[in-house]
Write a protein that binds this ligand. Structure first.
Ligand code: GLN
Length: 262
């Protein structure tokens, strides 16, 4: 019993020492990254941990700049409001730079390219992007709420009465709706599309792409952190850190197979 007490006491001493040590390792503070962790391979759960290209890039940038960092998972639609209200320092979520978003937030330099693609069930009558706008087709399209896939399908198709758009809080739910026949196709970014198709037999990605886009981090308008972030981003692109992170999740032989834009 005495031995046990002695052991517990020494363990407590060690833990106190470790805690004290941790406190003395000073950082500039904690950066909070807002994301939607349902977007593989950019951000997704591996058990309880959010991993992926964006998670690793943010960790590398925070370390480079001397900040601690933490990820807050939320719906894609909540990322810009979180950044605007200061709840998050930046959003990193495979987010496409668009003119509309530039009115609300500032973007960093771009670090990756995205392609909007169409996922259908094997044997679907939808064979190309053009089929979506065919006279009288009136397909139901699944998208992630407020993503560019949502915006394009709304503006190009739904607003003209050519299709119905069903909006889901994340890509996984949109794909589940396709599997259960609630929608005829899903318009989503190519990398998560590949991951969803790999995980769900019976689905395929159409050869023709909907649009090609640039991904960047977003910041509250005027936040000087954006410039610091860009300095780190460019240094880590230059020294090969970021290319290696992207290569780890998207090996280059796989990139060669991407569908071409129309
Ligand atoms: N690239 C798309 C957009 O910015 C989707 C991003 C996402 O769902 N994480 O709208």
């Amino acid at each position: 019993m005495k031995k046990l007490i002695a052991f517990v006491l020494s363990l407590m001493l060690v833990l106190t020492a470790v805690a004290a040590l941790a406190e003395t390792t000073e950082t500039k503070g904690t950066l909070v990254m807002a994301t939607n962790a349902s977007f593989p391979p950019y951000e997704y759960y591996d058990g309880e941990t959010i991993v992926g290209i964006d998670a690793e890039i943010a960790a590398a940038i925070a370390a480079y700049l001397g900040y601690d960092f933490r990820i807050d998972d939320m719906e894609f639609d909540s990322i810009i409001p979180a950044v605007d209200s200061g709840k998050a320092d930046f959003g990193l979520a495979g987010m496409t730079v668009t003119e509309e978003r530039m009115l609300q937030v500032d973007f960093s330099d771009s670090y990756a390219t995205g392609v909007q693609v169409v996922i259908v069930k094997e044997g679907s009558p939808i064979a190309s992007v053009d089929d979506l706008s065919a006279e009288g087709a009136n397909y139901t399209i699944g998208v992630q709420l407020s993503t560019t896939g949502d915006l394009y399908c709304t503006w190009d198709l739904e607003d003209y009465g050519l299709a119905t758009v069903n909006r889901y809080p994340n890509g996984n739910e949109a794909v589940q709706a396709l599997l259960t026949g609630k929608v005829d196709c899903v318009v989503i970014d190519n990398e998560p599309a590949k991951a969803y198709v790999a995980a769900n037999p019976g689905l395929k990605i159409l050869e023709t792409a909907y649009a090609i886009e640039d991904y960047a981090a977003c910041f509250k308008k005027g936040n000087p952190l954006r410039d610091e972030f860009n300095t780190a981003l460019n240094a880590l692109i230059e020294d090969g850190t970021i290319p290696a992170i992207i290569e780890k999740y998207i090996p280059s032989e796989q990139k060669a197979e991407e569908p071409a834009a129309e």
